[in-house]
Design a protein around this ligand. Structure first.
Ligand code: FES
Length: 191
């Protein structure tokens, strides 16, 4: 029924076709990778800038001032006491001054030292004065000096809440306020 010769010829022909096509390949070739070339072209198109290197940005010359030029004395203090700078609280015993301060709401005038805060000395006197943070970072302890700009009468050690106009109006944060003159104050008064 089947002619063995025809089957053999067909098999040989099929093998020949497969062999030829595998030798020739499919003709497909991968596209050349041009990404490097494109990147180089783009880089060449961007103009050179005059920006300084990141490490050289000393605009205004402020970088050098962060380090104090003459730190002999301060260095010694840091090693001994750990304080970066002397504030009113560091006034030596023999240099302490006292001022007459009238507490209007409490109805009494007492002497306050210039090396302790108004709040501390008022409490030592027995008054229950308002406060919260005791670090000049809220206004719970605020008071009003009725004689004029508060900084004419007290020294603030790191108050962070009152602006210049409020200070000029006589407001003070008693937890960081050290007397430097006699004055009258209303406690519990915020701007
Ligand atoms: S208690 Fe907060 S600023 Fe004085």
């Amino acid at each position: 029924m089947y002619d063995p010769l025809a089957i053999a010829l067909a098999a040989i022909a099929t093998l020949a076709v497969v062999l030829v096509s595998s030798l020739k390949g499919t003709g497909w070739e991968p596209t050349a990778d041009i990404s490097d070339e494109v990147l180089e072209k783009r880089a060449a198109a961007v103009p050179e800038t005059d920006f300084p290197e990141p490490g050289n940005r000393a605009i205004g010359g402020g970088g050098g001032s962060a380090i104090p030029a003459g730190g002999d004395g301060e260095g010694g203090e840091l090693e001994e006491g750990g304080a970066a700078s002397a504030g009113p609280a560091d006034i030596p015993e023999d240099e302490i001054e006292y001022f007459e301060v009238e507490f209007l709401k409490e109805g009494e005038t007492i002497e306050l030292a210039n090396n302790e805060t108004i709040l501390d000395q008022g409490e030592e006197h027995g008054w229950d004065l308002p406060y919260a943070c005791r670090q000049g970072q809220c206004v719970s302890c605020a008071g009003h000096i009725t004689d004029g700009p508060s900084e004419d009468y007290i020294e603030h050690d790191n108050q962070q809440m009152l602006d210049d106009s409020e200070l000029d109006d006589g407001y003070t944060l008693t937890c960081v306020a050290y007397p430097r003159d006699s004055f009258s104050i209303e406690t519990g008064e915020a701007p």
